[in-house]
Design a protein around this ligand. Structure first.
Ligand code: F6P
Length: 320
């Protein structure tokens, strides 16, 4: 293998730049040509491809977002779009592709490889932490810390006003951002799609907390469960306690990556290139029990993500 390409696809995540840097510099250190592809799979189809040097990735390890830009490509979802992409990859001599993104991006990579024999390796880059085969995805830790910072600030104002505060966080159908930030932030209640939730019990907890002398209640709500505004109205109606809703939105996707995300991205980026050099394809890189692993892409995509019941119960006990 002489030339590889790297792209970021789907929602951006802090640490993607650190992963790009690792791919480029590991590639160059092993005598490869590394091509940067802009705007995800659209960039292949449109030929937005340029040769990267060591200095193309200087001064980016600390930056959120992705210097390669990102997109969710509709055209690449079609067989025709992937055929076009393959033809462009051939023109640029790209034999191996590193795809940094989530499950949708991995599915695209797998199809491109099945249909046209391109060698692909995936790196999990998404704040959602919704991929079952890996303990962590790049960007998740930074997002959790961003939520935590917001929780700390909301605690101040909630305590002053003795209010209930609901924080709605991202994660799509996965509740990990809510669960981790909820435990770390000492939330009174965590509402996530993976765990049943009882509105009456939630109101009881709020009323009992107040009776025990707690100055405020903090509820972390995963977006996969539903709207914070509606919930705030219902809680206020039943408990009589002033309730405010805060939707953190895309703030969670930005910011300088944490040390954890930078190290994870550096290790995963390097491993992805090593796999291509070993002639491997259709692999995804992950981390399990602190060790970098790789796995078959089809198997990884078929795994069902489970939520951490222990953490959920622990958060409940500790917030009592
Ligand atoms: O997958 C990352 C994510 O931020 C999800 O948590 C969220 O549901 C979605 O992307 C938002 O997508 P968009 O940036 O297209 O609004």
């Amino acid at each position: 293998m002489k030339t590889i390409g790297v792209l970021t696809s789907g929602g951006d995540a802090p640490g993607m730049n650190a992963a790009i840097r690792a791919v480029v510099r590991t590639g160059l250190a092993n005598g490869l040509r590394v091509m940067g592809i802009q705007r995800g799979y659209n960039g292949i189809i449109n030929g937005e491809i340029f040769e990267m040097t060591s200095s193309s990735v200087s001064d980016i390890i600390q930056r959120g977002g992705t210097i390669l830009r990102t997109a969710r490509s509709e055209e690449f979802r079609t067989e025709e779009g992937r055929k076009k992409a393959y033809n462009v990859l051939k023109v640029f001599g790209i034999e191996g592709l590193v795809v940094i993104g989530g499950d949708g991006s991995f599915t695209g990579a797998m199809k491109l490889s099945n249909e046209h024999g391109v060698k692909v390796v995936g790196i999990p880059g998404t704040i959602d932490n919704d991929l079952a085969y890996t303990d962590y995805t790049i960007g998740f830790d930074t997002a959790v810390n961003t939520v935590l910072d917001a929780i700390n600030k909301l605690r101040d104002t909630s305590t002053s006003h003795e209010r209930v505060s609901i924080v709605e966080v991202m994660g799509r159908r996965c509740g990990d951002i809510a669960l981790y930030a909820g435990l770390a932030g000492g939330a009174e209640s965590i509402i996530i799609p993976e765990q049943p939730y009882d509105f009456n019990e939630l109101c009881r907890t709020i009323i009992e907390s107040k009776a025990k002398g707690k100055m405020h209640s903090l509820i972390i709500l995963a977006e996969g469960v539903g709207g914070a505004e509606d919930l705030a109205k219902k809680i206020e109606e039943i408990t009589g306690i002033e309730t405010r809703a805060t939707k953190l939105g895309h703030i969670q996707r930005g910011g300088s990556p944490t040390a954890f995300d930078r190290i994870l991205a550096s290790k995963m980026g390097a491993r992805a290139v090593e796999l291509l050099l070993e002639g491997k394809s259709q692999r995804v890189v992950g981390i399990r029990d602190g060790k970098i692993i790789d796995m078959d892409i089809v198997e990884a995509l078929s795994m069902k993500k489970k939520s951490d019941d222990y953490m959920y119960e622990l958060a409940k006990i500790l917030s009592f």
